[in-house]
Design a protein around this ligand. Sequence first.
Ligand SMILES: [Fe+2]
Length: 264
Amino acid sequence: MRAHKHSPVGMIDLHSHILPMIDDGAQSLREALEMAQLAWEDGITQMVATPHDTGWGGSWQSTREGVQTLQAEMNNHEIPLQVLPGLEILIDLDTPQQAREGHLLALNDSRYLLIELPFTHYPPYTDHVIFELQVAGFVPILAHPERYSYLKTNPMRLFALVERGALVQVTTNSILGEFGAAVRDFSRLLLEHNLAHVIASDAHGANVRPPTLSQAIEIASRWIGEQQATAMVTSVPEAIVNDQPWQPESPVEPKPERRWFQTR
Ligand SMILES: [Fe+2]
């Protein structure tokens, strides 16, 4: 077995679009296998497949079938990566009911549900839906809030969600600056204020947005220290895929951005 860079048990990638031909991720089985090989070589031992649920083919049925098929193909190709089932759920008013009735798929069937918001606006029902999911026994993990400009201008919204128990996943390409300096800087702010708990690839292919974590962890280590950065791809996602309770550090309130007309 290849030695892994950050942990003897390897890294766990909680957010990926590796299942082929189900959404805007891998476009062929060949590309999915390439992604699996890249992930393994980077030190990833487990990857959760999280297809988009809305507007795409992602559902709990198609994801479970896709995971089984891909795992069999990876075994045939002697790629030791383990792929686990999940979904990336664009929340809507009926999301809590769907979750309660078992129509959604949490990360590896745990209590942890990967959710996303629209890129255009903060839906007025967001806080209510997240609360209802929590009442139903789920722990929502908000995917890539650093990419939502409406949260960058109002980070207290995110602070309030985290303070009430929501978890946050930041994407590797955001940390690497691939989405621009503003997204990278906001990622850093989230990490430095305990407003982010997991780093994941949100991989969409073998070339663009590949399934690797180690480069982003190197940068995150400079921001928050190696121990904390490494935990975000090892012990924290390990607790999540094993459905164990996990208590994050308390978030630190981000200070408002200083405006040019403010003197102090
Ligand atoms: Fe995604």
